[in-house]
Design a protein around this ligand. Structure first.
Ligand SMILES: *Cc1c(COP(=O)(O)O)cnc(C)c1O
Length: 228
């Protein structure tokens, strides 16, 4: 199967999940997660109508970005953030979805070039309270969100979560719904927040039925990844 054929299957799955949950398909952004796949694969994704690209590793992303600079693509950073890599991200990406501490937000703000639009930010929430995963606890969200909102070169857009692997379906649904309630709460103080990034190839239906507005799909679009 090629990228266009796989993308069609993912779009059908999104459509079915929207129908089941009475949602408008236009509320859902499909983010193509291209980690480990080269720039030629991203060009195929673009030809299949995908222009939102997610990358996890800075070095790998920079190489692809520099090859694809002139294409109409929106770049989302969705990997672990290290202080010494923030500049490369601030200079190239449109979104960073994995902000989990103020210090990183401040660096991204300071390093965002003035001629670019503000960097769109999602706060990563450790919704499964998994010690091995990054992300803030929901109890910290009000303070973190208020602080990020004071940074002029950033624009807070919402929340992102990666639940623990191998959760029971019912647990997964509960955690996704908790995220959805957290976004609703966040909107009361930050009304322009409109993004709930959750759901991947394996669980996008559950995520959409629980309120996701952005699903991050890698293997379902590009094919299975080689172990890194
Ligand atoms: C790799 C990755 C994805 C995509 O995972 P698939 O299971 O291949 O769809 C989504 N989100 C994040 C943060 C990832 O690292």
């Amino acid at each position: 199967m090629n990228i266009a054929e796989r993308t069609k299957i993912i779009r059908d799955r999104i459509q079915n999940a929207c129908q089941r949950s009475n949602r408008d398909i236009n509320e859902i952004t499909l983010l193509a997660v291209s980690k480990t796949y080269g720039s030629n694969h991203i060009e195929d994704a673009l030809a299949a109508g995908l222009n939102q690209i997610g990358e996890n590793y800075v070095q790998e992303a920079v190489e692809k970005f520099d090859k694809l600079k002139n294409k109409q693509l929106t770049w989302h950073f969705i990997g672990p953030l290290q202080s010494n890599k923030t500049r490369a991200i601030a200079e190239r990406f449109d979104w960073v979805q994995t902000v989990d501490r103020l210090k990183i937000a401040q660096r991204l703000n300071d390093q965002r070039p003035e001629e670019l639009l503000p960097l769109n930010i999602c706060v990563q929430v450790n919704i499964s309270q998994d010690p091995a995963k990054s992300g803030i606890m929901l109890s910290e969200l009000p303070q973190v969100a208020d602080q990020i909102s004071t940074l002029n070169n950033l624009r807070l857009r919402g929340l992102m979560a990666i639940p623990a692997a191998n959760l029971e379906q019912s647990q997964l649904r509960l955690q996704f719904k908790e995220m959805s309630r957290a976004l609703a709460e966040l909107k009361k103080h930050h009304p322009h927040c409109d993004t709930l990034s959750m759901g991947m190839t394996g669980d996008l239906e559950t995520a959409i039925e629980s309120g996701s507005t952005m699903v991050r799909v890698g293997s379902g679009i590009f094919g299975p990844r080689e172990p890194k």
